[in-house]
Design a protein around this ligand. Structure first.
Ligand code: DON
Length: 315
């Protein structure tokens, strides 16, 4: 039987020593200032035990990892109608790419590329105000993580409001196809607000437990989503969660995962564990360089890859 305490501690140590740490996301000013030398990791297993390594209590900007929680809320609001407005195929393109939107009539490929997440934000906004909808997603994440201290980093949100030209372009373009209902400014205020939620690895791993636990919140025993919905969100994370590196992430790690340009990744070993890793240096596709490497090592050492279940070690 593997010892998670040792595995997590060893991986954290290996990552501290790793020479190639990737590059920070410098297009969001506050993210360009984060110390690239940091690494954190938290694993919460099906019994609720928590294993941490490195800077697991350091807050970081969750950025696109928030798209998982936003998608969960949107599916709760409109159910399968969401799929009339967003696809569920990998894009094979960069997270902020505009190229497919023209030929595909303003329907984004999936809910995890920026365009798809902006449509999801439009759904979550409904007829409400951005501020209230940001509050709703923060409360949802607090509930999932069982932690009322989680909040939005206003400096990060403001910075993206000021310089998020690509997202403004994507939103206007989709609006021109009639795929956004609310004003572009309001939808983007929600989108930037949710991306600017700050969490640490411990909190993020806790928040992902419902995806490990077939839709249940293990703290309260309440159902967050149905078993089928948890399975489908995991499927989307596996196929689309790392943009044009989703295939490579499946090849190397083999777990549903969602990355963010803050350097965080939430990964799910269904039935076994919810895992958060963080290291601010990114690879060429905008996913955490060391976060991916750490998850690859964790999956190998635990046998947790979803493609490895035949000879998986006992949990
Ligand atoms: O919209 C953006 O560009 C950022 N707020 C989020 C992008 C992101 O995290 C992509 N993930 N790797």
């Amino acid at each position: 039987m593997h010892d998670l305490t040792t595995i997590v501690a060893e991986i954290a140590e290996e990552m501290q020593a790793a020479p190639d740490r990737g590059r920070r996301a410098d297009y969001i000013a506050p993210l360009a200032r984060v110390d690239v030398g940091q690494f954190g990791m938290a694993v919460v297993n099906a019994d609720g035990q928590m294993f941490t390594g490195g800077s697991a209590d350091e807050l970081f900007s969750v950025q696109s990892v928030s798209k998982v929680f936003a998608l969960t809320l949107a599916l709760g609001r409109v159910g399968d109608q969401l799929w009339d407005r967003v696809g569920r195929e990998p894009s094979g393109s960069a997270f902020n790419s505009v190229v497919q939107l023209e030929s595909e009539q303003g329907i984004p490929r999936n809910p995890f590329i920026n365009a798809g997440a902006i449509v999801v934000a439009d759904v979550n906004l409904g007829r409400g105000r951005s501020r209230e909808s940001i509050g709703e997603i923060v409360r949802f994440v607090r509930y999932l993580a069982d932690d009322d201290t989680i909040a939005v980093d206003v400096e990060v949100a403001t910075s993206e409001q000021e310089t998020g030209y690509r997202n403004v372009a994507l939103a206007n373009y989709m609006k021109s196809f009639g795929n956004l209902r609310s004003p572009v400014e309001d939808v983007l205020a929600l989108y930037f607000g949710q991306c600017a939620i700050a969490m640490n690895c411990r909190q993020l791993a806790m928040a992902g437990r419902y995806l490990m636990a077939a839709g249940l919140n293990p703290t309260s025993g309440h159902r967050v989503v149905s078993k089928a919905r948890a399975r489908r969100i995991n499927a989307l994370m596996l196929t689309c969660g790392h943009y044009d590196a989703s295939g490579d992430f499946a090849f190397r790690v083999g777990l549903p995962g969602k990355s963010g340009v803050g350097g965080g990744i939430l990964a799910v070993a269904p039935g076994r564990a919810s895992i958060a890793v963080w290291s601010p240096g990114l690879n060429a596709q905008g996913n955490s360089q060391l976060g991916t490497l750490a998850l690859e090592r964790l999956a190998v050492r635990t046998g947790w890859s979803v493609f490895d279940r035949g000879d998986a070690l006992p949990a």
